[in-house]
Structures are given as C-alpha cells and as structure tokens.
Design a protein around this ligand. Sequence first.
Ligand SMILES: O=c1ccn([C@@H]2O[C@H](COP(=O)(O)O)[C@@H](O)[C@H]2O)c(=O)[nH]1
Length: 249
Amino acid sequence: MSSFRKRIKDSSSKSSVILANDLDSVNLELLEKHTLKNIKMLGNYLCAIKFNFHLLLPLGEKSIKKINKAAHDSGLQTIADIKLNDIGNTNMVTLQRLWHSGFDAVIANPIMGPENLSQLVKNAHDDDRGVITLVHMSHPGAKLGYGLRVQDPTSGKMSNIHDLFLKWSYSLHVDGIVVGATVPKLIELSHKKVKGRLDIYSPGVGTQGGDPKDALDAGSKYLIVGRTILNSKNPQLEAKKLQELTLRS
Ligand SMILES: O=c1ccn([C@@H]2O[C@H](COP(=O)(O)O)[C@@H](O)[C@H]2O)c(=O)[nH]1
C-alpha cells in the first residue's frame, strides 16, 4: 500500500474536496444509510470523507467498517477527526482501533508534545496511515488558544503556539496540517514555511465564513466542507461547484 499522503493526492486528481459527514440523526440505521447515500451521491466530487464524533460515538465498529469500505470502493480516503491528544499508550491503542475499523488517517492535536507526536506519526506511517495535526482551527475563538505566546523550548525564543505546532508538524513528518479557511493569511505564511513537506487542509469554508477560493489561493490543498454541502438544497451541485474550484486552483 502507498502512503496516505500519496493516496489522497492520487484521489485529488478528481477533486480536493473532503466531505465532513456531520449528520446529526439519532436514528442509527438512518445515520448509516444516509452516510452510504452521501458516499454514493457525492463521491464523484470528493477525494475523501471525514467522520467526526457525530458518527463515531453512536455507530459501532461493524457499521464504521462497512462505511469505510464503501468509501474506499468509491475511491475515497477516510479521516477520523477525533483531534487525538493523550498519553502515548492511549494514543497507540486508539490508532490500532481506528486502523482496524478501516480509517486512513487521524486528526491529532500537537499540544500532546513532540515526543508523543513523533511516536504517533511513526506508528501511523508503519501502517501506511496518515496524521494531520491542528495548527490553527477555524472557529472565532481559535485565536485565543492558537495565538497564545509561548517560549519555544528549543530556541528559547517567544512565538505563537501555532508557529510551534507548525514547526513540530513539519519536522516530525506529519502528512498534513489543519489551518482554518477563516485565517487565509496564516495559510499563506504556513504554506511558505512548510515548503511542500506536508499539505494544508482547510475547514471553515462557507457556513463558518471562510472563502474557499481565498484558502486555495493562499496555499490550501484540501477543503474540508460539511454544512455548506449537507444543508444545501442541492448537495451534488454544491459539491460539484467546490470540486471545480479545487480543480481550477
Ligand atoms: O479547525 C477546525 C477543525 C475541524 N473542523 C471540523 O470540520 C468540519 C467543518 O464543518 P462545516 O459544517 O463545514 O463548518 C466539522 O466536522 C468540524 O468539526 C473545523 O470546522 N475546524
């Protein structure tokens, strides 16, 4: 099997849109059914599908495996958005469970520190899976946390915590970073600094106020989009419009 980064790049020849499949039904059968329908109806406009706690908490391993298989059969990569951030042992057990359920990549929080992050990346890569780290989230309050001033333990210099997260991410060989579409200037700065060593994933498009074109122009490779597609009167048309935008960039 090739690396996650290569697999998602191959899928991106068709589209660089990742569907955030954030369905909020409480009916388990409907959750699975609607997800399988999304894969079938929207798969041609996507490169990957991302699952959050909306599905991961209510659905069991059997259902998640079935969904991951359906996504793979449609040429999509699958990402578990659990913003993983724990002690090493818990992280490792979590990875084994995710890979066993068929996921290709996990979103993790670098606040766990460079030792744990390095171990996480090594374990994921040993299984040809990927790690995407949060560098700056997309929501309005994100600046308060990701903009905190901290001392870089290596250089002793003061910097924003998102700069430290960025440095750890590229030096520890993560596959991608999340930088919100709501902070295009930071996407541009991050893009310059990473020099192609990883890819930029941007959620926060549309419903959260981020402009997809600005994010792509600034250097995002993948757009993560949920409600703008899911709540649209015509989800296929919305996904197609975003797909075309990514193919033009
Ligand atoms: O900084 C972040 C990190 C993750 N997300 C997740 O992406 C989707 C976005 O959904 P929309 O409906 O398009 O707003 C959702 O799953 C978030 O949990 C994010 O928005 N920002």
